[in-house]
Design a protein around this ligand. Sequence first.
Ligand code: F6P
Length: 540
Amino acid sequence: MIITEREEWRNLAAHYEKIKHAHLRDLFSEDKNRTESLSLFDEGILFDYSKNRITGETMKLLLRAAEASGLAEKIEDMFSGKPINQTENRAVLHTALRNLSNEPVFVDGRDVMPDVRAVLAKMKDFSERVRSGQWRGFSGKPIKNIVNIGIGGSDLGPAMAAEALSFYADRKLNFFFVSNIDDAHIAETIRMCAPDETLFIIASKTFTTQETMTNAESAKSWILEAAGGNRCATASHFVALSTNTEAVSAFGIDTANMFEFWDWVGGRYSLTSAIGLPVMTAIGYDNFMALLSGFHSMDNHFRRTSFDKNIPLLMGLLGVWYNNFFGCETHAVLPYSQYLRRFTAYLQQADMESNGKSADRNGQPIAYQTGSVVWGEAGTNGQHSFYQLIHQGTKLIPADFIGFVNSLNAIGDHQHKLMANFFAQTQALAFGRTGQEVTALGTAPALVPHKVFAGNHPTNTILMDKLTPENLGRLIAMYEHKIFTQGVIWNVNSFDQWGVELGKELAKKILSDFTGAGADSAHDASTKKLVNFYRDNRQK
Ligand code: F6P
């Protein structure tokens, strides 16, 4: 049955009508126990969701809707390797990549854990050889620069995690992440590197992605030119992370230097696969294993904790509440940590590529809202940029505030000031400042309306001790499972991404127009004119 026709959904809609104007100021003053009942501490996370436009009744109804969607069974289907990505007939088993228990995980009757462990051991060996200076470039010098070439899931996860955990990184090594096909990206990166001290990690699940293969070919030419055409240089300067052995060999990379993963690992869920190799090389094997253990621990929490105490699940339901009942189009993710500067960009792919769907699992068109627009920026930078609109604009934007009690650097009173801002923002967003309060401050009457804060802007607060590898793992897995929860409720396949295909196909056609007689007459008039303008204005 379509979700919006279910009784649980109708009950939520009726409840929404009753409480849609309730103000957080009143909800807090009416229920002194609110913060206790609408917050929990687990997995090292204080998750405070009391500053949401909900009551205990809202949560009951949302939890019922979750039960009615078959979520419990679907969670088990994912963890046990059922082919839940049905449009590609694949299991979805990123959780096996960080399964640190002794339990086997079966795909088509075969335990995948021995392969997972073998790749981890191979990654350990490689990362230790690079970190110790044993891995040498064509001139005999140790490696100093590591350039990951990949895009989407083969870039955003490792780039985000390498930056997030840079406090733990080996400072002798420099890490770069090249993704864009714009030649500025590879050009500016190699300008900073000496070829004989540079190792390229070519990260691509398919090993066919245009951006990655183009950048990889340019990197290869650069190395071969510097090595005087010695083709053996490829072996010491290139390794591959992929599922496609044939294409890796065809590129010229020895498969001994290929780190394998499998079709049951989705690109945007692949950070804990071989795709994490640059991260392991940066922070070392033990720290990488701590990262995996954080993921594993949150996986267990999601799989085994009752719905009403399950952090990712509750986050998913709150997102549904705003998306489908309040009509919110966007969701802000605001980490108060400079180390998490790339976290929201990473989440954009994880969330929007997963749940940006308008056909349901049965191929039927969807008549309700699915995935939110995810956006944000590290605090406090965002406060001096777009927070104005969240506080006083006309849109309702639910937001997650992510913060840490302890800083890794402990310089002066930076941390106190950072966190004072963190707490102040959710307070201001929830409770605002009334006209009366503004007037009482002696404000000139003409200015009062400009200085009023309506408040009633919902936030989740996610507070952890400090940014350790383990806590980062928990945080990422928490969002992965939030996305899963929402995909189940919306009845979409969160694990395919057909929406990226058409653009790829058309770009191939247009590329051939540049070298042929002119723009293909089959193009629409606008595209034809643009393509011809481009051709005509290229410098000869
Ligand atoms: O953008 C589409 C996509 O297929 C993503 O899902 C994926 O993460 C990215 O391209 C890169 O793919 P690959 O790892 O195969 O190069």
